[in-house]
Design a protein around this ligand. Sequence first.
Ligand code: TXA
Ligand code: MG
Length: 592
Amino acid sequence: MNRERKYDKTLLIDRCDKDGIADAAKHLREGEVVAFPTETVYGLGANALNADAVEKIYEAKGRPGDNPLIVHIYDKTQIEEIASEVTPLAQRLMDAFMPGPITVIMKKKDCIPDKVTAGLDTVGVRMPSDPTAHTFLEACACPVAAPSANLSGSPSPTMASHVMNDMNGYIYAVVDGGDSNYGLESTVVDATGSEPVILRPGAVTKEDIDALLSADTAYAGSLKAGDVPPAPGMKYRHYAPGAEVRIMMTPESASRITEIDEETEFKSLPEEEKQALFDTAAPYIKDVHDILASNPLARVGIYAGSEVKTMIAKLDDKLTASHVHFYCYGKAGDVEAASHGLFAGLRHLDLQAVDYILAAGFSDNGIGKAYMNRLSKAAGKKGEISPDMPQKSDSHISREGELSYDAFENVFTASVLFVSEENRALSCACEAIMTSLLRKNAPFCAEGDTSIGAELYCESAGLYAIDGEGPDKQMVKALKECCDINAAHHLAVRATPSVYNNNDLIIAMHDEQAYEIVKAFPDIADRVFSISTYAASKGLVFKNDSGKVLSVSIPDPKGENYETYCHTAKALKAWLEILLPYIVKDLGAEKV
Ligand code: TXA
Ligand code: MG
């Protein structure tokens, strides 16, 4: 499904901005799509009484509208407006768990268009407990149909930046309510009969429902090939990152293991605890080795508790250390924390362009049921994949929306990496500017061969970066105001060998940084430069009016005033515009 960019930019509205929320709510009521936070994940909302508005949700998600949507309310009195029958069971569930992370399926009223329910005669009703959701839905003053606010095929968003990454330019606004509390979508319960059926596990668990009803609640059966899906949404491969996901069942899965950090005297721990820690980390190392045996350049992501990272560091396995990116959800064994971080972790690791993700598994009860349900879907376990499951690369293509490489017989990818200290200001700016230049100049083809497409990318990293740190705010502001480039969603990446391996050309901000890289990794010396040595290697010499040769080195604006940041942003843009054709050529490509 083609996505059409509708807005120059999507408004990002802070939860404290009353006027902004009122404006977004008014636009939603009048037919626009607005994303809003909830305690589970962010939703992509439209007026549930307006079929044309609901259609726009699907255009923004890039998927046909054949999945029933949940209708969101802020007050239980709205239920009479949308449901034709509230069974005693539905009433009990709502009394106990609403507002909260539950969706209750009831018979619908005629005013709810078929577009919302995918032609079913039932409707899912949900009343979020998140205070920003409440404020926003109240301002909308209409029932709001909303699926999760991710692009079709990518993990559900748990932060406004995730929504922006997927939706910028495609919807009117995003209300930023911070990090979603639970991080997994609501429990969906069919309450049209006298016995509840759990269609999708979530933070309201089977155990919670059993305790309320003194019963043994049923889950809707897992799908077998050829079955008609009970909840139509289950036929899609959801929550899928680009990498191959493997589930790691280790002692971490069963219980909390001993908390340790870098300072812990490992030797002094009781034998059993040591063994459990070792047994938790060792399978990851083994898998990394197995992966590297068949693909020596593979980048591997690990989604696990912090003890796994600490243990792997303690075991000091060089091969693993140099190929792995971590995203730690919290203390090992904390299944709530693992659920909360799962989608953010999958997205983060995906951005590191890892080829594999090794993710901690948990036992299948309580919230662990919902966690394992989402993780197995990400891992593409059989039974939940549709036969026409999108190919791995689809998400990249639709994310790049405007670039079309369909016309080429063959397409190769190549990328340039900019390196600085912290990856929060200079290199982050270079990435944002270069990405925008590459987009503007695309498509590219192989040098001298127009039948082969060249998808060119840009990354950035920092020699001393802390993975996942946000960008320098002044830099973001300067890029926005001086270059009209958005870098707000940048996340810092540590420059590691696997990052270097993934890039064909490496340009550091300063000579010393380039030297440091070459010293540590002499075998990549022929593709490492600083901005000034790169310019010099192309014979580019710049002089001012009086003939003095100008330095190409860009000082770090950190700690300087905003004016310096603006100056830096403009200078970087000017340099990169000059260097663009040389970079494209070095990546083996040319403009079509
Ligand atoms: O936490 C959540 O539920 C989030 C937030 C935004 O509220 N929403 C969400 O929506 O996850 P979505 O569209 O990604 O998933 C909705 C699920 C699907 O599995 C869908 O099939 C099921 O709810 N569903 C909705 N209405 C239904 C109905 N009438 N009958 C059966 N299943 C229904
Ligand atoms: Mg969804």
